[in-house]
Design a protein around this ligand. Sequence first.
Ligand code: ADP
Ligand code: MG
Length: 228
Amino acid sequence: MSRAIDAEGLTHRFGDGETAKPVLLDLTLSVEAGEIVLLTGPSGSGKTTLLTLVGGLRAVQDGRCTVLGTELAGATEAERVALRRRIGFIFQHHNLLGFLSARQNVAMALEVDPSLSEQERLDRADLALDAVGLSDKREAYPSTLSGGQRQRVAIARALVHEPGIVLADEPTAALDGRTGGEAMRLLRRLAKDRGRTILLVTHDPRILDIADRVVAMEDGRIVETARA
Ligand code: ADP
Ligand code: MG
């Protein structure tokens, strides 16, 4: 199997000089294409920092990190932007725009593809909403949806452009246990249907069962890895 994510010797610091403390320390992690990996670990251990590096949201300082075939060490901003378009992001707070309907929020993720007309984008958004069970909520605004429905819209938005990788940062933190579990099982099913790779940060023990592998971080390093 080919590797979707291949990070080796990643070290990252915030701040300069004497006060700079390493947040990631010589971290090595690989994720195979099609694999679902959950990343756990105490608050402050560097999980979000790792996700932002893998997602091309921040420049690599030290070490190397290849994502979907793009080497991020030394990559230009333009290369990182191009990579970001091939990634689906899901955040703790769904980050939907309140003044757009569910279908408009999802369709927005397709604006990176200039070859699509607006009608094509809206049609594909509708299909993505169908896939997450929200066919009847296309026109709904986020404020009228439940927390679980909003997170399902966010899942549709993360998948609609057929990303090579989905990166999720504590996607169930704002949901109750049952709702969060249902949303993540849905994400797993949709990802497995299409062979998509997922790297998902979570504190939520109730969703560990969606993983192919669980990786634990501590103080900027991977400390444990277990096959599910
Ligand atoms: P986690 O997601 O595991 O909670 P983070 O990656 O968010 O950990 O943070 C790791 C450490 O880096 C923490 O000590 C945090 O305070 C620090 N940190 C995160 N982002 C920044 C930033 N932009 N500037 C300075 N320090 C940061
Ligand atoms: Mg975090």
